[in-house]
Design a protein around this ligand. Structure first.
Ligand SMILES: O=C1O[C@H](COP(=O)(O)O)[C@@H](O)[C@H](O)[C@H]1O
Length: 246
């Protein structure tokens, strides 16, 4: 799944750069997101990307000190970013808990919302850029980014970025794009690999509400793709399950 998703992402970035001069991708943390980045790092086709014309954003961040090994940005650097010639000014990490906003997670969220708004194209009448691809790892509890079932973040309809407190998965403090910001992306790709994602995929794709199953509320303006391996797809309703190959 990671290799297939990486191949798709390379093509999408190259196409966006050809069409619009630059591409923008929102990264996700977690096992599936980092697996995709590691597969991209290993792919010889990665050289087709003009890395200096790629904007990278994050869908969420674990609010921890700079360089903490559990931060999504730290893991992304290790998996891929340190090995490609990105323009550092185009790598838009969320603030750490020992950064300019200290431990104030709401202030850090507000600052990221301002950075997104400054990069938004006025013609789109949105307060975030029209991301080419927004990646989301689906958690076993159906969370996406740091929007967890029933927590206030998933109910947010005005703000584009929220501070999250009391997340059921450590660490409790996080920063997350909201569903309205996620839905401003041209394409949203949800990644689910492994048996522990089977229930989450089945629930989100069976008509669940987004407050109970945040993954159900994540979709893009032009396209929404669920990229699953066989184990994660094993609980899908029969009509969604791909026909067996001959
Ligand atoms: O904590 C997080 O978890 C989710 C999913 O992670 P996984 O390891 O279960 O694949 C991830 O999407 C999110 O970005 C991250 O902060």
């Amino acid at each position: 799944m990671a290799r297939a998703a990486a191949a798709r992402l390379i093509t999408k970035i190259v196409d966006a750069q050809a069409a619009r001069g630059a591409a923008s991708v929102v990264l996700t943390g977690g096992r599936n997101g980092n697996g995709l980045l590691a597969a991209l790092a290993e792919s010889p086709a990665r050289d087709a990307i003009d890395w200096s014309r790629l904007d990278l954003w994050w869908g969420d961040e674990r609010f921890l000190p700079e360089g903490d090994p559990e931060r999504n940005v730290t893991q992304a650097h290790k998996a891929l970013l340190d090995s490609v010639p990105l323009d550092p000014a185009r790598v838009h990490a969320m603030a750490p808990s020992d950064g300019p906003h200290g431990s104030d997670v709401e202030a850090a969220a507000e600052a990221y919302a301002a950075e997104l708004a400054a990069a938004a194209q006025p013609e789109n009448h949105a307060s975030v850029p029209a991301f080419d691809v927004l990646l989301l790892g689906v958690g076993p509890d159906t969370h996406v980014a740091s929007l967890f079932p029933e927590l206030p973040g998933v109910r947010e309809t005005e703000l584009t970025v929220v501070g999250v407190r009391g997340a059921p998965k450590p660490p409790p403090n996080r920063i997350s794009l909201t569903l309205p910001a996620i839905r401003a992306a041209r394409e949203v790709w949800l990644l689910a690999a492994g048996e522990d994602k089977a229930n989450a995929a089945a629930i989100a794709l069976s008509g669940a509400g987004e407050v109970q199953a945040p993954a159900a509320g994540a979709y893009g303006r032009s396209r929404t793709l669920w990229l699953l391996d066989a184990a994660a797809a094993s609980g899908l309703p029969r009509e969604l399950y791909p026909p067996a190959s001959p």
